[in-house]
Design a binder for this molecule. Structure first.
Ligand SMILES: [Mn+2]
Length: 354
């Protein structure tokens, strides 16, 4: 952590001595922090600009943020959960967090929306949950316990997955603190199965388990982008029976999702909301690096519209799951995931907007 802070302060100092400003935006909107302001604002972590620090240098943390061991003192934290033990098809999501961090180095500090997360929140990368790769139930226990500690500090977790199983233990910890939460679930699949091969815990079952344990406020759940072949004529009947709103991908084709998100915000109201984004919601042409791809999915534009449309919600946690680097030959799936995670940071309640 010192390493990062020193670099930031050194680059600010050099610029200060030269009487220059330290650009940390690069978005062309004139959003720059002057050197003196950066020198005096010790309150927030600011990733170094590639104007001063080589983009490819340093240890791979999310967006080159400082690393710290715990969530203490943070408003939001990036956390990796590197498992693929729950996958039903192609494995590889255990490598997701590392690859997302590697590709995140292209990210800068302001969104195109004018969001300035590092001017109003203390954010860091707090590393990975020490999962059990051989025992999924024990992995869930470890994830739940790790997230209990994170949310106990008031920090909002932004999770780098990992297969979708992880949403279940994360939501156990989140609901323990906040009560039953609303859920914006973006996915090709409903992930509401009961059992697979006799097992209750897989990446196809997390939201069924969440409902059974009362972790979700079912009238405030929306599932967006659902598609693909099924084993029954109406694969989403169970979701609707719980009170979920189901938005099949066919309802999203050829459209902006801005109007849908206005409805979603009305549905979610003021209560706590969790955002779970499975990268397979996007079309495999854009995001091939995933375990269970389904054709005719959402575009990255629609993905951004969904995440940006969550601005104003009382978000208490977010995840981006199912990135499988072995199938991501260009790195673009992980790059897209990194961008979506940054946009999630940009819509957290405390984020400043220009
Ligand atoms: Mn999923």
């Amino acid at each position: 952590m010192l390493h990062f802070m020193k670099i930031r302060q050194l680059s600010a100092c050099v610029a200060f001595l030269r009487g220059q400003t330290v650009g940390v935006s690069g978005n062309g909107n004139g959003n720059v922090i002057t050197a003196s302001r950066l020198m005096s604002s010790k309150t927030y972590n600011v990733p170094p600009s590639s104007e001063f620090v080589a983009r490819v240098s340093g240890i791979a943390t999310m967006t080159k943020l400082p690393y710290q061991d715990t969530a203490e003192g943070l408003d939001a934290a990036f956390i990796g959960v590197p498992i693929d033990t729950g996958t039903s098809n192609r494995p590889g999501t255990r490598f997701g967090p590392r690859q997302i961090r590697a590709e995140s180095f292209l990210l800068r500090n302001y969104s195109g929306t004018g969001a300035a997360p590092y001017e109003s929140m203390m954010v860091a990368d707090i590393g990975d949950v020490n999962v059990n790769l051989y025992d999924l139930k024990d992995a869930c226990r470890r994830i739940r316990e790790a997230y209990r500690k994170v949310v106990a500090t008031g920090c909002i977790p932004l999770t780098l997955g990992g297969d979708h199983t992880i949403a279940y233990p994360i939501l156990q910890a989140v609901a323990e603190r906040h009560g039953p939460v609303g859920l914006v679930h973006v996915d090709a699949h409903a992930d509401t199965g009961d059992m697979s091969l006799g097992e209750k815990i897989t990446h196809g079952t997390p939201f069924r388990r969440c409902v059974e344990e009362g972790l979700l406020d079912c009238k405030r759940v929306v599932q967006i982008g659902l598609r693909g072949t099924a084993y029954t004529p109406d694969a989403y009947a169970w979701s609707r029976e719980q009170g979920f709103r189901v938005v099949r991908v066919e309802e999203c084709w050829y459209k902006s999702l801005v109007p849908l998100m206005a409805e979603v915000r009305a549905q979610m109201g003021k209560g706590p909301v969790y955002l779970s984004f499975d990268i397979d919601a996007l079309d495999p042409a854009f995001a091939p690096g995933t375990g269970t791809p389904e054709i005719a999915g959402l575009t990255p534009i629609q993905g951004l519209e969904i995440v940006r449309g969550c601005r104003g919600l009382n978000l208490v946690g977010c995840d981006l799951v199912e990135v499988s680097p072995p199938y991501d030959t260009t790195g673009n799936t992980a790059l897209t995931a990194a961008n979506l995670l940054f946009e999630m940071l940009c819509v957290l309640p405390k984020t400043k907007h220009y």
